[in-house]
Design a protein around this ligand. Structure first.
Ligand SMILES: *[C@@H]1O[C@H](CO)[C@@H](O)[C@H](O)[C@H]1NC(C)=O
Ligand SMILES: *[C@@H]1O[C@H](CO)[C@@H](O)[C@H](O)[C@H]1NC(C)=O
Ligand SMILES: *[C@@H]1O[C@H](CO)[C@@H](O)[C@H](O)[C@H]1NC(C)=O
Length: 306
C-alpha cells in the first residue's frame, strides 16, 4: 500500500515537472483579412492552451471604455468604415489565467496619392493583392492615368492561367483605349487634345457582352464583346505592365511611364453617377478593391507619392 502511494506521488511529481502548465495564448484574426469599406468585418480572438470557458474583454487603444465584454470571442463591424481603424486588444480570461492579444486594423487609404512609374522597365509594376471571390459575369474598372507616352502601354492587366488578357486596359496610342476581355478587344477612340490626366471607366456584362466606356465622366457609345463569357477568379492583377504570362512576361516597350491613381474594380456594372463618385474617390458601392482600401505591393521602380 505504502509503495503504491509512493509510486503515485512520484508519478504526480514527474508529471508536474515534465508537463508544466501550458501557456495560454491568444491571437486576433480578421475575416476577411483585407477589410473592404462598408462591408462586414469580424475580429475573432482565438485562444489556445485553455480548454475552459472564457470571458473576452475587447478594448480599442485610445478609448477609455471597453467595447465589449462577455463569452463572445467575436467583435463584429457590420459596415466597416474609417472610424474603425486603430489598435484592438482582446483579453481572454479563463480558468488558467488571462491571455492578451492585439491587432492593428488599418488600410492603405491612397486618396491624394499617386503611383509614379518613372521609367520604362521590364519588371516595375504594382501588384494588387485582392481578387474576386468567384468568376466575373460583370465588372467595372476605373482609373486615372497621366502620361506623355505615345507608344503602346498597359495600364491594368488581369491575367488568369488560362488567359493572359482576361481583362486588359491598354492604350495603343494617344487617341485610343482598348478593353480586352477573354483575349478579345474593343477599341474606343478618344480626342488627343492637350496633355492632361485622363480618368477612364470601363464596364462589361456577360449577359449581353455590352462594354461601357467613360472618359473623364462622359459616357461613350457602348459596344460589345464576349457575350456569355466569364472572367476567371484566380487572377494576377497588376498596374503598369501588360502580362504575356500569368504574373509576368513583361515587355518594356509596353510598360507604363507616368502617374496612376484612383484605381477601383467592382464585380457589378456602374452608372454615370457611380463613375463620377469614383472620380471623386467617394464610391457609392463597395468595390473588390479601391483607392480607399488598396491592398498592393510595389515591384521594381514604382513609388507612392503625394
Ligand atoms: C462608421 O460606422 C459607425 C458605426 O459603427 C457609424 O456610427 C459612423 O457614422 C460611420 N461613419 C461613416 C463615416 O460612415
Ligand atoms: C530586364 O532589364 C534588366 C536591365 O534593364 C536586364 O538586366 C534584364 O536581363 C532584363 N530581364 C529580362 C527578363 O528581360
Ligand atoms: C450581372 O449583371 C446583370 C445585368 O445587370 C444581372 O442581371 C446579373 O444578375 C449580374 N450577375 C451577377 C453574377 O452579378
Amino acid at each position: 500500500m505504502g509503495r503504491l502511494w509512493l509510486c503515485l506521488l512520484a508519478l504526480a511529481a514527474l508529471f508536474g515537472l515534465a508537463a508544466p502548465r501550458e501557456k495560454v495564448t491568444a491571437q486576433i484574426q480578421a475575416h476577411p483579412p483585407a477589410p473592404t469599406m462598408y462591408h462586414q468585418l469580424t475580429l475573432s480572438c482565438e485562444v489556445s492552451g485553455d480548454p475552459g470557458p472564457q470571458e473576452f474583454l475587447w478594448e480599442k487603444e485610445g478609448h477609455r471604455d471597453p467595447l465589449q465584454k462577455g463569452p463572445d470571442n467575436v467583435l463584429l463591424f457590420r459596415s466597416f468604415n474609417k472610424t474603425h481603424l486603430g489598435t484592438y486588444i482582446c483579453r481572454a480570461t479563463g480558468s488558467l489565467g488571462t491571455a492578451v492579444a492585439t491587432y492593428n486594423l488599418w488600410i492603405d487609404d491612397l486618396v491624394n496619392k499617386v503611383f509614379v512609374f518613372p521609367q520604362a522597365t521590364n519588371d516595375s509594376h504594382v501588384l494588387v493583392r485582392a481578387k474576386p471571390e468567384q468568376p466575373l459575369q460583370n465588372f467595372t474598372l476605373c482609373l486615372r492615368s497621366y502620361t506623355d507616352l505615345t507608344r503602346p502601354h498597359g495600364l491594368f492587366s488581369y491575367a488568369t492561367k488560362a488567359q493572359d488578357n482576361d481583362i486588359l486596359l491598354f492604350k495603343p496610342k494617344p487617341g485610343e483605349y482598348r478593353l480586352y476581355v477573354g483575349g478579345k478587344f474593343v477599341a474606343f477612340r478618344v480626342p488627343e487634345g492637350v496633355m492632361a490626366s485622363e480618368h477612364v471607366c470601363v464596364s462589361w456584362e456577360s449577359a449581353t457582352g455590352i462594354v461601357g466606356f467613360w472618359l473623364n465622366g462622359k459616357p461613350w457609345p457602348r459596344k460589345g464583346l464576349q457575350r456569355g463569357y466569364a472572367v476567371g477568379a484566380e487572377a494576377a492583377i497588376l498596374l503598369g505592365q501588360d502580362q504575356d504570362a500569368f504574373g509576368g512576361g513583361f515587355d518594356p516597350q509596353k510598360s507604363f511611364v507616368g502617374e496612376m491613381c484612383s484605381v477601383y474594380m467592382w464585380d457589378t456594372g456602374i452608372s454615370t453617377s457611380g463613375v463620377m463618385a469614383a472620380m471623386n474617390n467617394r464610391p457609392a458601392n463597395a468595390p473588390i478593391f479601391g483607392w480607399r482600401n488598396f491592398p498592393y505591393t510595389t515591384v521594381g521602380e514604382v513609388y507612392l507619392k503625394p
